[in-house]
Design a protein around this ligand. Structure first.
Ligand SMILES: Cc1ncc(COP(=O)(O)O)c(C=O)c1O
Length: 435
């Protein structure tokens, strides 16, 4: 069996991989998408399921017609399937459908924080979506990363000890969207619980690439809150997920109020519905949910462990080849084996990151991302940019800001695509004085 065989067999599961994209020369080539950490193309099965369901599409929880009943049933049953996917106890946990991870974390930030004096431990490797929502509601402390950008478990424990009794929550990414590092969420959970805190996992980058087990709430290393986005797992129809204990939403007032959230309203009072209804104001996104469930089914069929292994092999191969290219700067740990999803950040000495991304796209049809990937403090740290320099970009917004180029793999990327990318990078490096 050829090295590419298994990888290629996944390609037919994905929409649009044969599409040609124009180059600046006017030629067209079949595009290579190495920007899966931003969003993934849809599964064929997801699109088919959405089309198949469309004739039955109707309002959810708002109608008595047959189609409305079907739509409501599918929507409600989906929660159970999501809980099963992440091995969360359906007796204790609920699923709240939101737009995406960002909305999910914002929502939790409103519901979990009772006072500005509460301490939330975030980390120095978070996406802005797991940093900014906390800043205006509580006291945020950031767990350090080491010189390779890995989360410091020592600093986590030091901070838990230092702020013992005040830390309400540890909120951490399951996998970094910059370095791809996978954090040991269960070890972090056990530590957080030991010190009386809960744990929230930003699953945006982890859930599409690895098996998730939230575990039973009486296990010391269980996960309390998990948030993720379907558009990063081959289901781009605008749905995201919060998995949280039912109790978390039982009391208090939802931050979004309106249709679908109440049991009784008079001019004088409001009786809120039970969660999850209370937390999902407005007409639910049933097409998004249909897409998400189809994606979960496809991922389960493929086997998350298989996908993990496959993406690991491809990432190791790409890293091995990139390490040999002169003038390439790789970030994070690239010599010792670390647990990571298929994400590799890099630069080429002497060429701005934006320029590299532009050349890859316009000369070779290779889509990557460049910049700070909505994780500016982490990227500033990886690049060792002093505070004073950052201030300069603030006062001179027209200056090109420092950043990285990022390639990120999906389950359908192949060795051949990596080879194509490497040969283009080699050409850029060879001709770099002309860029
Ligand atoms: C680690 C991480 N968290 C959160 C987000 C935000 O996800 P979304 O844009 O789907 O809300 C992203 C998006 O790239 C991410 O990579």
């Amino acid at each position: 069996m050829s090295r590419n065989h298994k990888f290629s067999s996944y390609r037919k599961l994905i929409v649009g991989l044969d599409k040609e994209v124009p180059l600046s020369s006017g030629k067209k080539v079949v595009g290579i998408n190495f920007d899966n950490a931003a969003t993934t193309p849809p599964f064929v099965s997801v699109v088919k399921e959405v089309v198949k369901f469309s004739p039955w599409y109707s309002s959810v929880h708002r109608g008595t017609g047959y189609k409305s009943k079907i739509s409501s049933q599918i929507y409600d049953d989906a929660r159970r399937l999501v809980l099963d996917f992440v091995n969360a106890d359906p007796e204790k946990y609920t699923v709240i459908f939101v737009k995406n991870t960002t909305e999910g974390i914002n929502k939790l930030s409103y519901r979990l924080i009772g006072s500005p004096d509460c301490i939330v431990l975030s980390t120095c490797m978070e996406h802005h979506s797991n940093d900014l929502p906390w800043r205006d509601k509580c006291t945020v402390r950031y767990v350090e990363v080491d010189d390779k950008g890995r989360l410091s478990m020592e600093d986590l424990e030091d901070k838990l000890r230092k702020y013992r009794g005040s830390v309400k929550l540890v909120t951490v990414t399951g996998a970094s969207n910059v370095t791809g590092y996978i954090n040991d969420i269960h070890k972090i959970a056990a530590l957080a619980h030991e010190y009386g805190a809960k744990i929230l996992v930003d699953g945006a980058q982890l859930v599409p690439h690895a098996e998730i087990d939230m575990k039973q709430p009486d296990e010391e290393d269980h996960i309390d809150y998990l948030v993720f986005s379907a558009h990063k797992m081959y289901a781009p129809f605008g749905i995201g997920v919060i998995v949280a204990p039912k109790e978390c939403f039982r009391y208090g007032v939802p931050e979004y109020k309106g249709g679908g959230t109440v049991q009784l309203v008079t001019r004088e009072y409001v009786d809120w519905d039970e969660p999850p209804g209370k937390e999902e104001a407005g007409s639910p996104n049933i097409l998004g949910v249909v897409a998400l469930i189809a994606a979960i089914e496809e991922l389960r069929k493929l086997g998350m462990k298989n996908l993990e292994r496959q993406e690991e092999v491809l990432t190791d191969y790409a890293l091995m080849r990139m390490k040999k290219i002169p003038f390439i700067q790789l970030y994070g740990e690239v010599d010792d084996k670390v647990k990571r999803v298929g994400i590799i950040p890099f630069n080429i000495v002497g060429i701005p990151h934006q320029e590299i991304a532009k050349i890859l796209s316009e000369d070779a049809g290779i889509a990557v991302r460049s910049g700070c990937f909505c994780a500016q403090p982490y990227v500033q740290r990886l690049l060792n940019i002093p505070g004073g320099e950052i201030e300069m970009y603030r006062t001179h917004p027209a200056l090109n800001k420092p950043g990285l180029v990022r390639i990120s793999f999906g389950l359908y990327n192949t060795f051949n695509e990596v080879d194509g990318f490497i040969s283009k990078i080699n050409r850029i490096v060879t001709n770099k004085d002309f860029c």
